[in-house]
Design a protein around this ligand. Sequence first.
Ligand code: ATP
Length: 354
Amino acid sequence: MAQLTLEKLTKRFGTSIGVEGLDLAVHEGELVALLGPSGCGKTTTLRMVAGFLPPTSGRVLFDREDVTHLPAYKRATGMVFQSYALFPHMSAADNVGFGLEMRGINAVERKIKIADALKLVRLSHLADRLPRQLSGGQQQRVALARALVINPRIFLLDEPLSNLDAKLRAEVRLEIRALQQRLGLTTLMVTHDREEALTMADRLVVMEGGRVRQIGTPQELYDSPKDAFVADFVGRCNIVAGRRANESQFRTNGGLLLPVDVASGERGDADAFALRPERIAVVAGESGEVRGRVLAITYMGAQSEYVVAIGDETLVAVRPTPDASEPLATLKPNDPVSLEWDRKVPRLVPQTAS
Ligand code: ATP
């Protein structure tokens, strides 16, 4: 497997920006996910790596080889599409072998490679079935086998799970990740699903408007987002506008004081307080530093969500659902509560990209 390097990769469509100045290295055996809202440039990036779309400027490298102007069929990328894109009239085995035939591999060798690839995705027993005789998950595994059978230098996944139902999605997600790690596949994946990105990727690239907002491990992005957009995109987040008041407090635009230590790397232009709902504890009564009233409580099984009005702000806390014996279990709308958090946890970030 190769390392994938993108250098100042740019695609413009007339005057509109598809992707602008993207720098990224996907190391050998690493899975990097491009994550962002519709139209942020994820698919455009993937298509430039696959060779389906010529960049306006910048370079694509597989190891040290500049493939920017190499046609798609010479790049040896294995790609899995959201739609599977299987040939409907061909068996699973023939679908897997199609790329090998195109590459002039003889029938004997083809047979061995097809069998190996189908075994990898645990479909050996269904080799003769047509796509319509397979479930969605099985079709997706044929598509995976087809991408892997050519020994790709780079593996590309374009929203690979979005056509599967929730339960199957979780299963196939684990399966793809296990395969990717076992085979050491250098992988670039496109998704707009944050759960998919957080659970599958070694690193994430959060994009918006064709530009990178932040690159990092799922935990870095979740715990230390660079701005409010990233904070909100990688998970639910309370974001409150205002400014730092002093070394231990943030003043909201409504004049409320929220406890927060000075964080390392905190910037002077920070104008938002960001805190994840699960980092906020709810205490019955008005004994704490941050006091408010319950607006709503939503039972979600193992967890419960508390929407609390603090002055003219609203904060959301998510806690493990309390046992019937705990004081929180009897809490109801309009009751007074205090909210507590470790003052090292909130991030003060700019609301807009710098
Ligand atoms: P989605 O999640 O909806 O697939 P995306 O992040 O993959 O979105 P892209 O498809 O890469 O986004 O599109 C990035 C931008 O480039 C968008 O503004 C889109 O309208 C524009 N764009 C993409 N392809 C073309 C094209 N062929 N001609 C003109 N504009 C295009």
